[in-house]
Design a binder for this molecule. Structure first.
Ligand code: TAP
Length: 489
């Protein structure tokens, strides 16, 4: 492989700091629940802190939701469903949802900064991906609100009632939009429980609902830990459960709803294969590998965490990948140059460290670029493991961090077998010059979402979801709307 010469060594380029200012953003010292259109103090009067994972500093404190709080939220959602919202025409509902989408756009910069402060993701990603995509989900679903009979022709359509929605910490604002927008477009009301470590942007979204004049109780937000989430999904008066999170909790939810008539969608974990064939455009593929695993610090359910490279291009791909990793900027998430931000919590950092240790113990060869990590906060450099066995824990289990495991293959049947050898089936990527071969491989992969010559591309019109232990049901597109409707022929 070529050696770096001083004249062409772009890996040594340095950038001046370009921090986004957080001075205009208002975060209250304390947030209550948003129930029935009002900010309601928790019945037990307990609060928990939410901190900035890049500094460890407390940002605010947030209400701890009890069963009584959840009961109040479900009651408010039921009243709104039996009242104004349930009776409203799709055309009128659509107007509210459009208004929400436009208000998100107006406050996009503020939401991006808060998302980055509370979650640790680079401002470039929250500014360019999370927040605009969330607005797009509201726009897209608003458009369907008065056209449902055209979306599902010759079918009797009715909404479900109250939707219980529980979301994780990796895309807090976007996940709230994924869940709330289709629920509202189809005439349901909502009780949402954000993740414990990232509740702030969902609470900011409640301000948008109030400003949009959304009738009281249509969306209720109850904050808290896992028990609060369990109280929301197990409440006897909810008709629909939409959960995004770990496979472990997804299994608990599946057991708890068994025997009820709740309609359920589960978006769970993943361990995606990213497959590079010998005729792939290698420079593009390397960008796709980096985007696949280091986007959002690898806290991505569909992350391309298992890389499969055809044997004859392995050396070239690895040389280019390591060289590209050397250029990634890890650090202050508010800096517009940052590529890899802070790990969302100490607990998640410890999990990632345990996996890295396991990878080394299993005989993997680890590479991490030299980076100056900040003294405070939770950090993990981009990491790649080569020489890993199919049975290694870092190949089999979801790490949910910036850790890539690389394997090689010789033939297409071999890589299909290896790629499918996982309990998960959420996503995959294939890089290849020939369309026919690409479709041959994608057709044989057990994954709900497969990208061809790209990775981690999301669109509100496109359904998203998994097979096997990655859950069931789809979010996004018409499939996502259908999950909030009774459809009868
Ligand atoms: P979880 O621990 O499962 O938490 C997800 C949400 O569920 C959080 O709000 C959590 O509250 C709550 N929760 C915890 N225990 C619960 C229970 N018994 N009943 C109801 N709710 C409960 O996952 P996580 O660590 O936040 O997120 C990472 C996982 O989410 C990964 O496995 C990832 O793959 C998956 N994920 C999947 C997708 C899709 S689309 N498939 C998208 C993003 C993430 P606390 O925050 O208080 O724990």
């Amino acid at each position: 492989m070529p050696k770096k010469s001083k004249s062409n060594d772009w890996t040594n380029i340095t950038y001046s700091p370009a921090p986004e200012s957080a001075s205009q953003v208002q975060i209250a010292k304390r947030y209550n629940h948003f129930i029935g259109g009002k900010w309601v103090a928790p019945t037990k009067k307990e609060y928990f802190a939410t901190t900035n994972p890049a500094t460890g500093k407390k940002l605010s404190e947030v209400a701890e939701g009890s069963q009584a709080d959840v009961n109040a939220a479900v009651k408010a959602a039921r009243a709104a469903y039996d009242g104004p919202w349930g009776k409203m025409s799709g055309r009128e509902r659509g107007k509210y949802i459009y208004r929400i989408a436009r208000l998100i756009q107006e406050r996009a910069r503020e939401f991006a900064i808060i998302e980055t402060l509370d979650g640790g993701k680079p401002i470039r990603e929250s500014r360019d991906i999370d927040i605009p995509l969330a607005a797009n989900h509201f726009f897209y679903n608003a458009g369907w609100a008065d056209k449902l009979e055209f979306a599902y022709p010759n079918q009797k359509i009715s909404s479900l009632g109250v939707a219980a929605q529980v979301i994780p910490w990796n895309f807090p604002f976007l996940m709230a939009a994924w869940k709330i927008a289709p629920a509202l477009a189809t005439g349901n009301t909502v009780v949402l429980k954000p993740a414990q470590t990232t509740p702030l942007t969902a609470l900011k979204l409640a301000e948008v609902f109030a400003d949009a004049g959304l009738p009281d109780g249509v969306v209720n937000i109850v904050t808290g830990a896992g028990e609060t989430g369990a109280a929301v999904v197990n409440h006897p008066d909810v008709n629909k459960v939409a959960f995004t999170g770990s496979t472990g909790v997804g299994k608990l939810i599946q057991k708890s709803v068994a025997g009820s008539d709740k309609k359920v969608t589960l978006e769970l974990g993943g361990k995606a294969a990213n497959i590079i064939l010998e005729d792939a455009p290698i420079d593009q593929a390397v960008e796709g590998i980096v985007n696949g695993i280091y986007f959002n610090q690898g806290h991505v359910c569909c992350a391309g965490s298992r890389l499969f490279v055809q044997e004859n291009i392995y050396e070239e791909v690895m040389w280019k990948l390591k060289r590209r990793m050397d250029t990634l900027i890890v650090g202050d998430p508010l800096d517009k140059n940052t590529d890899v931000g802070a790990i969302n919590s100490k607990a998640q950092l410890n999990t990632i460290k345990r996996f890295i240790k396991a990878g080394i113990k299993d005989g993997g060869e680890m590479y991490q670029p030299a980076c100056d990590l900040p003294n405070k906060g939770n950090w993990c450099p981009p990491t790649v493991f080569t020489n890993v066995a199919q049975s290694s824990r870092i190949v089999q289990e979801e790490i949910f961090g910036p850790v890539l495991a690389v394997q090689t293959f010789r033939t297409v049947p071999e890589v299909i077998e290896k790629a499918n050898n996982t309990p998960y089936g959420l996503s995959a990527g294939v890089w290849c010059d020939k369309g026919a071969r690409l479709f041959q491989i994608t057709g044989a992969l057990d994954a709900g979402v497969i990208w061809g010559n790209t990775f981690n591309k999301f669109d509100p019109t496109s359904p998203f979801g998994g097979f096997k232990e990655s859950g069931y049901g789809r979010e996004g597109g018409l499939h996502g709307l259908g999950a909030y409707l009774n459809l009868e022929y």
